[in-house]
Design a protein around this ligand. Structure first.
Ligand code: DQQ
Length: 565
């Protein structure tokens, strides 16, 4: 601890030694979060108050995007769960409506938990969701819109036949681990299929149910897939085209698509996925050879990001991912501020060219909030230097930077024991000098850098290839010791011998949502600055390696406040 403190002071001294170069923009367009509520976001989705968690039932209906979400109307902690509802024309600005689904039947009287929307033939939406019944058993229910001519789908009717799937003495389903039905897909036998998350002892599984009419559901003998990773919450299962960035409807299965199975691991609160093949006759999913099924496998996001869900946007032919960013603060702090949880910026999602992972990128609509463009090109960052990016509202900004590394040969050798990227980011935080890196951005930084969140890269040599580590280091993000400040990290699969290394960060008061390598690694940090708030927040680019690197291009914008409530 003491050593790292000394290292950090040295780091600061180095920065000061090289002076600070400023970038300027012409005008400000901005409305600040209040001084009393410095952690409220300007363009990340959140209701005016209270607790929120999982996005639910997301879909586009008659050109209107629908977001439902788990919400406690009575307080800032989890409980009394209903489906709150907002709609949008652009996935950026949202109109709130009354809760769409709330306890009203025996089959959901103790809570309306997560679920998904399916668009049935004729464009009719149907929602399957988990209800908590009078015996606190988890059961699956159906709701349909009351009035299909209302594009805002403000009223929902529940099936009198609910629950449609439930634990019984015959099926031995674990009544406290049976939840979160997916969007259904249609099979070659003209039946709908849906999966529901469950577990048997420590085996997480995706149970399959089939139906001809969406009302009568029959459990299949075998699960779609299972793995020894504990309870699977909020599963998601969908096809992705082998080529290109478009999405396809959830029912598509052909040689031109691969399938993705995402599970939300209850034990670690991480969203993991594998890529594989789906046999729609046997209803079995097989991850590709070499897939890692567990916490050290592929994750949508290596920071705070959970209980996410995708939907196919047939208006723009893309698949969109939405997820929940939980707090890292104490429950007492959440109660004090009166709210908890926000949603990440919707991300377009597609299969990387390698076929081995997904790529995610903020929907382009978010760019309409950009203002006050500042830019920089061909700027060398000597070892130990820092450049302030000024002229934008650094507490509410979008930054996109690409780095060029001339002398890759100088990279440090990766030790064989350095296999855990998150641990490596803890051991080698932004203040620990390296050779090629750490370099990147210091966001939500106070004047003098006492507080900052560092999002950065380090480049290592391993045999004949280069390994890129991406970190989001929040160990100095705040002076409040009660917050979880674990640095996050992941290895990034990019060919830096032939490509620039890019980093985009969406900064929003207490959220730093970062995309490395064009969206191959995403890391979301939840931070609570005490000095670097509102106008006192700064943004810097830095290099704390011994070797120079070059900023090929940096573009940064203030972000206007979205209309969300
Ligand atoms: N949240 C819901 C559950 C789900 C969990 C309850 C995941 O349906 O399993 O609010 O965050």
């Amino acid at each position: 601890m003491a050593n790292s403190h000394v290292a950090f002071l040295l780091f600061l001294a180095l920065f000061v030694g090289h002076g600070v170069v400023e970038l300027q923009a012409s005008h400000h367009v901005y409305s600040y979060a209040s001084a009393k509520q410095p952690y409220r976001t300007g363009y990340h989705f959140q209701p005016p108050k209270n607790w929120i968690n999982d996005p639910n039932g997301i879909m586009v209906y008659r050109g209107v995007y629908h977001l439902f979400y788990q919400y406690n109307p009575k307080g800032a902690v989890w409980g009394n769960i209903v489906w709150a509802h907002s709609t949008s024309k652009d996935l950026v600005n949202w109109t709130p409506h009354k809760p769409a689904i709330y306890p009203s039947q025996p089959s959901d009287i103790n809570g309306c938990w997560s679920g998904s929307a399916t668009i049935l033939p004729g464009g009719r939406p149907a929602i399957l969701y988990t209800g908590i019944d009078p015996l606190n058993r988890q059961v699956q229910n159906l709701a349909i819109p009351k009035n299909l001519s209302d594009p805002y789908l403000r009223e929902w009717i529940k099936s009198p036949k609910n629950p449609l799937m439930q634990p019984t003495a015959q099926n031995h389903i674990n009544a406290s681990s049976f939840r979160d039905p997916t969007t259904a897909w249609f099979g070659p036998d003209k039946k709908w299929r849906v999966i529901v998350g469950s577990k048997v002892n420590s085996l997480g599984l995706a149970m399959v149910f089939k139906s001809k009419d969406f009302v009568n559901w029959v459990q299949s003998k075998t699960p779609l897939h299972s793995a020894n990773t504990g309870m699977w919450e909020c599963p998601d299962f969908y096809p992705v085209p082998v080529k290109g960035q478009n999405g396809v409807d959830t029912s598509v299965n052909s040689p031109y698509v691969k399938h993705v199975l995402k599970t939300s691991l209850d034990e670690t609160k991480h969203d993991l996925y594998t890529i594989g093949s789906y046999d729609n006759v046997k209803d079995v999913y097989t991850p590709d050879e070499g897939s890692v099924e567990g916490d050290s496998g592929l994750r949508y996001d290596y920071g705070k990001y959970y209980a996410s869900k995708t939907f196919f946007d047939n208006v723009k032919n893309r698949r969109i991912l939405m997820g929940w960013i939980n707090e890292s603060s104490s429950v007492a702090d959440d109660i004090k501020k009166g709210w908890s949880g926000v949603h990440a910026i919707p991300r377009k999602i597609w299969l990387a060219r390698s076929g081995k992972q997904l790529v995610q990128w903020p929907v382009t609509e978010i760019q309409k909030l950009r203002a006050n463009h500042v830019s920089l090109t061909n700027k060398t960052l000597k070892g130990g230097s820092v450049i302030e990016v000024s002229g934008i509202t650094a507490a509410q900004a979008d930054v996109d930077v690409s780095f060029e590394i001339a002398d890759l040969e100088k990279a440090e050798v990766l030790k064989p024991s350095w296999t855990n990227p998150q641990l490596l980011c803890s051991q080698k935080g932004a203040s620990v000098k390296g050779r090629l890196g750490p370099f990147g951005l210091l966001v939500l930084a106070s004047d003098g850098l006492k507080e900052n969140t560092a999002v950065f890269f380090r480049i290592f040599k391993s045999h004949n290839k280069y390994v890129v580590l991406m970190c989001s280091d929040q160990s100095r993000s705040s002076r409040n010791q009660d917050n979880d400040k674990t640095p996050y990290g992941a290895f990034l699969d990019v060919d830096i011998q032939h490509q620039k290394l890019s980093l985009r960060s969406l900064i929003d008061h207490s959220i730093v949502e970062s995309f490395g390598g064009g969206g191959k690694v995403c890391i979301t940090s939840r931070v609570y600055p005490t000095l670097a708030i509102n106008k006192a927040a700064h943004l810097y680019a830095f290099n704390n390696g011994t070797q120079s690197i070059k900023i090929a291009e940096l573009n940064a914008w203030s972000m206007n406040t979205a209309k969300i409530n």
